[in-house]
Design a protein around this ligand. Structure first.
Ligand code: PLP
Length: 402
């Protein structure tokens, strides 16, 4: 490997949201524990991003900034070359993150009490941006079949037909299920949207991290007609591990939707970009694709390790095959254990910090989500602690057996 994906880097000192979890356990037990919750990775930043940011900080004034033509060229080239998807530069609006953009879309394109469709379980801020803005969640639960998620098109169609349902929040690839939606699936979604005048806001933040040769399709690349009814949310933040710089690129082809989005942002005072986020994104897209490829190899190895680990531990754990990204999704319903008890046991007795499936919806209560974007050796150590704890308490105890 040309880049460093093995160093253990203690992020407690820099206020990492994920690492602050460790404050809940005593100092002595913290050695070698890496929390595997919030979706950022514990790998050092690609040196070319660091160099670009350093250069900017030492030579430029850190004033208000807009994306430059060069910046927009980089975004355009990246999507053409990596995703075979062509954008016009005027489609791009920068936003201080994808979650703020989702929130803006909800305000811009729906009224209070309107329905917004989402396929559950799903990334938890989807719920917040709808419910906390007084819109109604229209749940289109994913179908769980043979340990893989599928879209219920029948349900989707019936929801889309309701008069006050205006929007679908799509997670593509899906977090936490790891599904890369196929071209055929996306085409069906598009057909339903076009027929019912349903706006699709497609969160594609995990799009670059496809695994095992899977191909991700940026929504309008499947069918150009959806350009008039869609918003595509993208960012370099997951792929290049720069989420703290809070910068994303939102593609809106339809000028009317774009203007509404811009005006709604203006009303909230969201207008200018974070200049260091722009610098880092440009450096990432222009110069760090080899880092991205190496990162994907490490993630694929880690995902494979998790799958093999649970298969060997017990058939009562089911690891969902991940087409994309660094989140593993594990069904433990066959342990027959209370969700809260299990989650607390993992954190308190095993120093094993993951997200409870309940965060992503009631339907996934008996799942855990593990962030495998950490050095492989640390992942192994974390899983060893899980094994020691869970074997004694749930697998080979008098209460049950493997
Ligand atoms: C599907 C999805 N969307 C959005 C985000 C966060 O985006 P941002 O930090 O740009 O708001 C995440 C982070 O985990 C995510 O998984």
């Amino acid at each position: 490997m040309k880049y460093d994906f093995t160093s253990y880097y203690d992020r407690r000192r820099n206020g990492s949201c994920k690492w602050l979890k460790l404050n809940t356990i005593d100092e002595k037990s913290r050695d070698n524990v890496i929390p595997m919750t919030i979706a950022d990775m514990d790998f050092p930043t690609c040196p070319k991003i660091v160099d670009a940011v350093k250069k900017y900080v030492t030579t430029e004034v850190l004033g208000y900034s807009e994306p430059t033509y060069d910046y927009l060229d980089s975004v355009k080239n990246f999507f053409e070359e990596v995703h075979d998807f062509s954008i016009e530069k005027e489609w791009v609006i920068t936003s201080p993150g994808i979650v703020p953009a989702l929130s803006t879309c909800v305000r811009a394109f729906t009224q209070e009490n309107d329905g917004v469709i989402m396929m559950t379980p799903v990334y938890n801020p989807f719920y917040h941006v709808v419910e906390m803005q007084n819109r109604r969640i229209e749940e289109c639960a994913l179908i769980l079949k043979d340990n893989r998620y599928y879209i219920s098109f029948e349900k989707l169609e019936s929801l889309a037909k309701k008069d006050d349902v205006k929007m679908l929040l799509l997670c593509s690839p899906h977090n936490p299920g790891g599904r890369v939606w196929t071209k055929e699936e996306l085409q069906k979604l598009i057909d339903i949207a076009l027929e019912n005048n349903l706006i699709i806001v497609s969160d594609e933040i995990h799009a670059d991290i496809t695994l095992k040769g899977k191909k991700h399709f940026i929504l309008p690349s499947v069918d150009k007609r959806i350009e008039r009814l869609s918003v595509v949310c993208t960012a370099a933040s997951k792929t290049f591990n720069i989420a703290g710089l809070q910068t994303s690129n939102i593609f809106i082809a339809n000028p009317e939707l774009r203007q509404k989005f811009v005006d709604t942002n203006l009303a909230s005072g969201i207008e200018k970009a974070n200049v260091l986020g722009l610098v880092a994104t440009k450096a990432a897209y222009d110069h760090c694709r080899d880092w991205m490829e190496e990162m994907k190899i490490v993630i694929e190895e880690n995902q494979d390790f998790v799958t093999a680990f649970f298969a060997e531990l017990s058939p009562r754990f089911k690891v969902m095959e991940q087409d994309a990204s660094f989140l593993a999704w594990i069904d433990y319903s066959e342990l027959n254990v209370d969700e809260k008890e299990f989650y607390e046991f993992l954190a308190q007795e095993c120093n094993f910090f993951v997200n409870s499936g309940k965060m992503y919806g009631e339907v996934s209560k008996y799942f855990i989500r593990i962030n495998v974007g950490i050095p492989t050796e640390q992942l192994k150590k974390n899983l060893e602690r899980f094994k020691r704890g869970v074997e004694g308490k749930y697998l080979y105890s008098s209460a049950g057996q493997n």
